[in-house]
Write a protein that binds this ligand. Sequence first.
Ligand SMILES: NC(=O)c1ccc[n+]([C@@H]2O[C@H](COP(=O)([O-])OP(=O)(O)OC[C@H]3O[C@@H](n4cnc5c(N)ncnc54)[C@H](OP(=O)(O)O)[C@@H]3O)[C@@H](O)[C@H]2O)c1
Length: 304
Amino acid sequence: MSSKPRILTVGAYGQVGRELQRSFSDAGEITVRDRDTVDLAKPDEVRAMVRSAAPDIILNAAAYTAVDRAEGEPEVAMAVNAQAPGILAEEALRTGALLVHYSTDYVFDGSKTGPWVETDKPNPLNVYGTSKLAGEEAIRQVGGKYLIFRTSWVYGPHGSNFLLTMLRLGRERASLKIVDDQVGAPTTSVELADATRAIVSGALAGKFGDVPNWAGLYHMTCGGSVSWCGFAQAIYARSDAWLHGKTPVVTPIDSAEYPTAARRPLNSLLSNEKLSTCFGVQLASWEAGLDSVIRRLKDDLPGL
Ligand SMILES: NC(=O)c1ccc[n+]([C@@H]2O[C@H](COP(=O)([O-])OP(=O)(O)OC[C@H]3O[C@@H](n4cnc5c(N)ncnc54)[C@H](OP(=O)(O)O)[C@@H]3O)[C@@H](O)[C@H]2O)c1
């Protein structure tokens, strides 16, 4: 690609979308779209959006991510998480554009001992996971130039996420009960966006060879593993400046003691070996990722 590529970022104001905007800000001519300009549940709007932007790269960070609400709205979840990505893939194939899409650890049922690899058989436990798996399959069926990155436990400096919820609850409550039998890798939107930029730039520059060498599905998470309870404790250990010594007491509980509409996998750990072998890219450990998001929050929101 000789001139600067046209980049269409969909879901541009979600957690990952905002960081993609930052990371790709000098990578090309950027068009951003979110719910205020397109309804991804409407196929005609999805197609029209791509045709009018005529992108070389589509970064799809949009998704129906309300995991519990999805149990009661399976049609909307399927439209946004499965049909819309399929249409993005068809439009990308038509013009030879690259489609980048994100999926989730929730495609697995959590029953494996050890990290899940890309060739493991998915078996989602909930509507959200089912719809995201259908989105992966829709893209794969269309084929072409695509990258699907399955990630887990996403959080960052913006949006609705576990870190910001814990900081708020830490100021409001003296004690909290947090699930300790679900294990995963908390992954920052910042790390995800920067790794995506590195891989997309390399792929389009021919660093990884022809398209069939690199197009496909990859796991992409921060390194290490922790339970939600351990993650909460790590957050509070780094948040003294905001909590003024009033760190809440965190009590570990089992998932059974915290019933939710959607079932969640106990083991959400994804192996990043394929990502590192194919692209030479490795995300930070979850602890280093957390340190860096906390640093950024302290700069942006000193009084939080
Ligand atoms: N969050 C996680 O823990 C997690 C874990 C694994 C994988 N992922 C995947 O990572 C990707 C990015 O997730 P994220 O955490 O950045 O999600 P997010 O913060 O919830 O952002 C998703 C964006 O999509 C938009 N959107 C939803 N429905 C739409 C519709 N019908 N039309 C137009 N826009 C719509 C949302 O707009 P509104 O804000 O207006 O709804 C929001 O801006 C997704 O593919 C997600 O499945 C996330």
